[in-house]
Design a binder for this molecule. Structure first.
Ligand code: G1P
Length: 293
């Protein structure tokens, strides 16, 4: 089995109800961290890992996402005329060659596993990545690139993993692994959103996956799991006794941008990481903490 990974699926069909009313008219993935939409961080990470084909699983109301990746000749012309070359350069990050990007509709919200399965006809018999844009990961080497390197050694399927607080395990896919300290560990069991007190560990799956095409096959015909939804975790678990599943403890800081608190934390952290904003923002934050607001 070839181990080069060139296709990535981005499930972006969710309604984003946690961010209502903003998400009434703006797709969650277009909400901005500093000045880039969430989806741009996911695309940058995928590109840095060598991904060449970007497959978006969308739903009704997500057309702003499709427009975002279009060329914008009028805007570009205007920026060129005004000699705003840095902005022009920034715009280039958002463009995709025709044929590099595909949109598939998930007609009904039946869960993450179902969303991924909607892309099955585009995957054929090759491994593929899945990126959940809600999980934003700041890292020196992109998280997916770290995983692709590790995957070249292991094959099978691989999920990003990180320890979470024990009272948060019921919000994640949770792994049972055979080694508690190595960066890559073989998975012995995995369960989606275990009930409080039943989790096999506090090692959680984070939204980066490299999956064997067999996982697509397992998804076809898979019944509903946790929360009455078709779960990606359940399909991956079927590979534990097949070609193997590995948990990869990535290096980097993960922000849960599916939650308001996580989104705010990411906004502050990414703002502080920007040379043009750092001084003003950190002065503001220290004033704020001094005044005890
Ligand atoms: C999804 C997955 C879950 C994983 C999580 C990571 O859950 O189903 O296994 O731990 O992403 O963010 P969701 O957050 O979509 O409910």
């Amino acid at each position: 089995m070839k181990r080069t990974v060139t296709k990535a699926i981005f499930p972006v069909a969710g309604l984003g109800t946690r961010f209502l009313p903003a998400t009434k008219s703006v797709p969650k993935e277009i909400m901005t961290l500093v000045d880039r939409p969430l989806i741009q961080y996911a695309i940058d990470e995928a590109r840095a890992a060598g991904i060449k084909e970007f497959i978006f699983v969308t739903s009704r109301g997500k057309s702003a996402l499709e427009d975002y990746f279009d060329d914008s000749p009028i805007l570009e012309q205007e920026l060129r005329k005004k000699k705003k070359l840095d902005l022009l350069e920034e715009l280039k990050r958002t463009t995709m060659d025709s044929g590099q990007i595909a949109y598939i509709r998930q007609h009904r919200a039946k869960g993450l596993g179902h969303a991924v399965a909607c892309a099955r006809r585009m995957i054929h018999n090759e491994p593929f990545a899945v990126i959940l844009p809600d999980d934003v990961i700041a890292a020196e080497t992109s998280c997916l690139a770290q995983m692709i390197e590790a995957y070249a050694e292991t094959g099978g399927s691989m999920v990003a993993a990180m320890e979470v607080a024990p009272d948060r395990t019921s919000s994640y896919g949770i792994l049972d692994v055979d080694s508690t300290d190595s960066q890559t560990s073989r998975v012995r069991g995995m369960v989606e959103k275990p009930e409080a007190g039943t989790a096999p560990s506090n090692l959680a799956v984070i939204g980066r996956y490299i999956l064997s095409p067999k996982v697509m096959k397992h998804l076809t015909g898979l019944g509903a799991g946790a929360g009455g939804e078709i779960q990606l975790t359940d399909a991956i678990a079927r590979e534990i006794d097949g070609d193997g599943v590995y948990g990869f403890r990535f290096e980097g800081q993960r922000y849960d941008c599916g939650s308001k608190a996580g989104f705010l934390q990411a906004t502050v952290a990414f703002g502080l990481a920007r040379p043009d904003l750092r001084d003003e923002l950190s002065a503001f934050l220290s004033d704020l903490s001094l005044s005890g607001t």
